[in-house]
Design a protein around this ligand. Sequence first.
Ligand code: C2E
Ligand code: MG
Ligand code: MG
Length: 703
Amino acid sequence: MIETDELKNKGVILIVEDNIPFGELVAGTLRDEGYQCHAVSSGNAALGWLSSHPVCLLLLDYNLADMTGEAFISSMRTLGASVPFVVVTGRDDSNLAVQMIKLGASDFIVKDTALLDRLPIVVSRTLQETETIHRLKQAENALRQSELRLSRAQRIAGIGSWEWNIQNNGIYFSPELFAILGYGQEPTPQLSLEWFYNQINPVDLPFVRKTLRTIIESGRSMNINFRVGTRTGEEIVVESHYELEHGNDGQPELLVGTILNITQRFKAEQEIYQLVNYDALTGLPNRNLLYDRLQQSIVQANRIHGNVGLLLLDLDRFKAVNESLGHNAGDQLLRTVADRLRVCVRESDTLSRVGGDEFVVLLSVVSDEDGISSAASKILAIISEPFLIDNQEIYLTASIGVAVYPTDGIDAQTLLKHADLAMYQAKDMDRNNFQFFSSELNVRLMERIMLENSLRRALDREEFQLLYQPQIDVNTTRIVGFEALLRWHHPDLGMISPDRFIPLAEETGLILSIGEWVIREACRQSRAWQDSGLKPVRVAVNLSGRQFKMKLDQVVAAILMETGVSAKLLELELTESILMRNVSENLELLYALTAMGCSLSLDDFGTGYSSLAYLKHFPLGRLKIDRSFVRDIITNPDDMAIAKIIIDMAKTLKLEVTAEGVENLEQLDTLKALGCYEMQGFLFSKPVSPQVAEDLLRNGIRF
Ligand code: C2E
Ligand code: MG
Ligand code: MG
């Protein structure tokens, strides 16, 4: 309801009346009611006032002296003023009344004795009606504006809308919806709900129907995606939002929905999903999806107090196969492996490829270890069948690590890690086998991981040191050389023996930088001894297999240059296994090193499989008898026999020979009797610091 007081402030009521006293009378009456009024006596005077003042209502005498009512109204319209007006006339003429209403009069009032009584009511009602019409127009305008905006927004966003009148089954589609369905200029089809349903992919249709029913029953708004066919036969994916509107009777009346073509987005999302969750080469789930599935399986197993088995399979020596075959064949091989594994797993299991040659089988419903073991055996058997790639028969084996939920871990990450550790265990064993995870294994491996982390920082933190163990000529009792032996002072664990960290350094590749440091440090020390006036002494450093992969000759040459140490003073200790690997490449490098002047010695001799004939190929200068033969040389005739053979063989090959691990005089005497005169061992000295080594050099050694 519009308040009358509000209307009274909206402007002046203009009274156009050539009978001036009557005009004043009318004005007076209205002023008494609270209206502001102004009375004029001619049409022209009224037009003049109108052009410069806000007027909310005109009371117009039909018979003016200067113009008729019709003429006044048309002049007013020409002025652009559209003020509501009530016609006041002396004649009671219904024809005139109709004519004036047609011209736009809000009301018609006859000048009689009751006029002054009725006037306030007529004015108030007219003002209210005018205001209502005005507000309605504003609302209509606003609606039209927002409809325009909505349809513009729909057009720009590609959103179509549709309505279904549930009560009379009427359907409305917005033009944009037709556009989405592929209609351009051509006539649109006869609309019906059935027609709409017919456009929907039959697989999705039941779901769409069900959703619409749910919305009508529950009154909830919902969002769904489904596929629809367009006029041209193409299938698109749409996202659809629905809301229910109720009629005045509270019954569901209108189902309104928007439809957005999300085909591009859907495809992009699917591609992303594919990329994120599947391995491109084999099409198998990748680590990401495996992780999700594993988590789901854990939740399920937890509910039924069941187990989950995780088999991590790594192909043995795949890298070598890949390198020798070429990558295309390698890829083909991996795809074939994937195909074979697919055959082994059940519908409920997940087979995934998690790394280059690593696959994981997730057994979601497992009863016991036996079940897992038989699955693992089956997999190993199927992998060991020959593969035919490029008309070539290829034989592969695999190692499998197994972790079981909940025994070996209660979360996905731990289970995967433990399966991984068990797989390494399987590889360490014999390859081509499977291993269950065990907690001892875990402790060992945790230690290893910690150690590996601190090893990475050990060089920077200067935690390494070289100790020197003298090598003695037992005939002269003089020190003829030192073997440099590496020590690691771990900040928390104290001294760690090389037997523990060298293998780790080799696996991680850290041996390259550590090994270089050892050579440089040994040469630097050798130089320092010379600089302090001591006689130049030979220093032997131990080498690892990995160091042969880099340009070791160049590294050594650079260090010798840098420290100014003669190559003659540097001996490099190799093991038999180093020599055996990549013989041809190594040979070149060994010759380069000896050509430079360095000497080579074969460490731990007798423990490997080198044959005499074989040794001839290498430019060796010395054999070191492994301390395992020296240890029992007195009590074990076999060891003595071996020591004798080694010494004789060295002589034949014109090699020097050094006995390692000599701890007592009996050992010394026996070795001497066999013809070995150079020795190293606790009998003479343990490995010592450079200072102590210097003292030994100056003062000689007693034993
Ligand atoms: P290795 O080259 O055979 O070194 C001799 C090892 O025997 C040394 O152990 C030494 O302390 C020990 N030894 C010497 N005399 C006796 C003795 O009379 N009785 C007994 N029981 N042992 C004796 P260490 O220093 O613990 O080194 C162990 C192994 O670690 C070395 O064996 C070598 O293979 C490796 N290693 C040491 N330093 C380095 C290095 O700088 N680089 C590389 N790659 N390996 C190293
Ligand atoms: Mg050695
Ligand atoms: Mg040795």
